[in-house]
Design a protein around this ligand. Structure first.
Ligand code: FAD
Length: 452
């Protein structure tokens, strides 16, 4: 009797415990269900869909080399898996643990009709399993990371199966192209194609490329003008590579790589938070902020989205995001802070925009980082620490980064480009002066406190 492997954000063959378990037990039916219903308002955004298309094509090609193939179905996950069961007689479903609230609901629904076996391996440790001495899950990153590190290194990553047995009957499958995951008119994905190679091979070559640079991560990671970080985030989000594989390769490369490994820890931490607070993507963890008077400013929001705020570092970041589906982490912090503090626009607007435009859009990581920036989260109360974009930009040497993404400013010198005095035509004036924005944000915060 065959068993089903239910792929979700774990689109790889190596170190994939669900696939291995199924392969050892007999014939395997690999299935991916495009489920736009169960996640409701968290259905996958445009940039992620572009990535998904290529990642599924790559997974199918890899499976075919092992004598298998990927079955594509569209609809509610539990209904589609039940239909595959009826078509094939498979009673067992193997899958990896995922912690988005909608996936946990879907798992419950699947488990009602079939035997669902969940495996670990998409995170360094199962979310919620790292606990304080008193047995409670952690709310703050640093103690969480210390406790997680005690359990590291992760288990040695497992190889991909060498062969997969086919079932007697293949169930019906959609054609990937019919899902229309790629943009057509307009085709905004040109920059994506230049920057990324979705799939397991693409992930491994990013890792190889980065492993040699990993020892310099700590000095380079905050400088957007150079390639100082790994750019593994979309590969990790879609599970094309396991964190254990990355850990092992980077630790083997030697040198001081602790800061990099702690970033993988942040990824785990975000899951640890959403397991405790499933609505973290839409609700302030600090309820006092429910009273903060955000501004309703559709024009300001659009200027931010389009990279036309008149703050070069913010605009460069937002244009990099639109063009490539990715933004450097330091610039994400600056751009997010700008939306929330300078424009005083609710962080959830930013979360939604990132959700739609990032190729690494991840429910946990996105929510945790937005709430951290806004100061509304469990872990920080940062609202009154207002980042100054015009100071951050020279501090982190962003001149050539700005030149690349805001070509109107290309001719300006390294010192002028961060805050140009003479504006070229076509480049907007500052949407709001820094001092005024700062005062406005602090006043809104004071008013919120006064009501408390
Ligand atoms: P590296 O610096 O090479 O780090 C390696 C890996 O560690 C990353 O690939 C990522 O998986 C993980 N990581 C690094 N920093 C963080 C972090 N702060 N939080 C969680 N994981 C981290 N990251 C996402 O993966 N998805 C998101 O939706 C997302 N939204 C964000 C929103 C805001 C407002 C901010 C400030 C940050 C957000 N991040 C998000 C975190 C971070 O910016 C990206 O993970 C990072 O820029 C990815 O680039 P990299 O792979 O080169 O990272």
């Amino acid at each position: 009797e065959p068993s089903i492997v239910w792929f979700r954000r774990d689109l790889r063959l190596a170190d994939q415990a669900a696939l291995l378990a199924a392969a050892q037990a007999g014939p395997v039916i690999p299935v991916y269900v495009l489920d736009d219903e169960t996640p409701k308002h968290c259905r996958m955004g445009g940039a992620s869909r572009w990535w998904l298309h290529h990642s599924l094509a790559s997974l199918d090609a890899g499976l075919r080399k092992l004598g298998s193939r990927l079955i594509l179905r569209r609809g509610k996950a539990h209904e589609e898996l039940a239909a595959v069961r009826r078509e094939t007689g498979a009673r067992l479903v193997h899958a990896l643990h995922h912690y988005e609230p909608w996936w946990r609901n879907a798992e419950k629904a699947v488990a009602k009709g079939m035997q669902l076996v969940l495996h670990d391996g998409n995170y360094l440790a199962p979310a919620g399993s790292v606990k304080t001495g008193g047995g409670a899950p952690y709310k703050i990153f640093t103690p969480f990371w210390h406790a997680l590190k005690e359990r590291m290194p992760p288990a040695h990553p497992a190889d991909a199966p060498v062969k997969l047995d086919a079932p007697e009957h293949w169930p019906g499958s959609d054609a990937l192209d019919d899902w229309k995951l790629l943009p057509s008119s307009p085709d905004w994905a040109g920059g994506f194609r230049e920057e990324w190679t979705p799939g397991e091979q693409g992930a491994l070559s990013r890792l190889e490329d980065f492993a040699d640079r990993a020892r310099r991560y700590d000095e380079c990671r905050n400088l957007p003008s150079i390639e100082g970080t790994s750019r593994l985030s979309p590969h990790l989000h879609f599970g094309e590579i396991s964190p254990a594989t990355i850990w092992q390769r980077v630790a083997d490369a030697g040198g001081s790589v602790d800061v990099f490994l702690s970033e993988l820890g942040w990824r785990d931490y975000a899951q640890n938070v959403i397991v405790q607070f499933p609505e973290y993507g839409s609700k302030n963890a600090r309820e006092a902020y429910d009273r903060l008077q955000w501004r309703d400013d559709p024009e300001g929001l659009a200027a931010w989205q389009q990279g036309c705020t008149g703050y070069p570092i913010v605009d460069a970041g937002m244009r990099e995001l639109w063009h490539t589906g990715w933004m450097h982490n330091r610039v994400r912090m600056i751009a997010a802070s700008f939306l929330v503090k300078h424009l005083l626009i609710d962080w959830r607007e930013g979360e939604r925009w990132f959700w739609d435009t990032l190729v690494d859009a991840d429910y946990g990581s996105n929510a945790v980082n937005w709430q951290w920036t806004a100061g509304t989260g469990v872990d920080s109360n940062m609202f009154v620490r207002i980042m100054a974009p015009l100071t951050q930009s020279p501090k982190f040497d962003a001149a050539s980064y700005i030149r690349k993404w805001v070509p109107e400013l290309r001719h300006l010198s390294d010192s002028d480009i961060h805050d140009p005095t003479f504006l070229p035509q076509r480049y907007p004036r500052k949407i709001v002066p820094h001092a005024e924005a700062r005062a406005r944000a602090l006043a809104a915060h004071d008013a919120m406190k006064a009501q408390g």
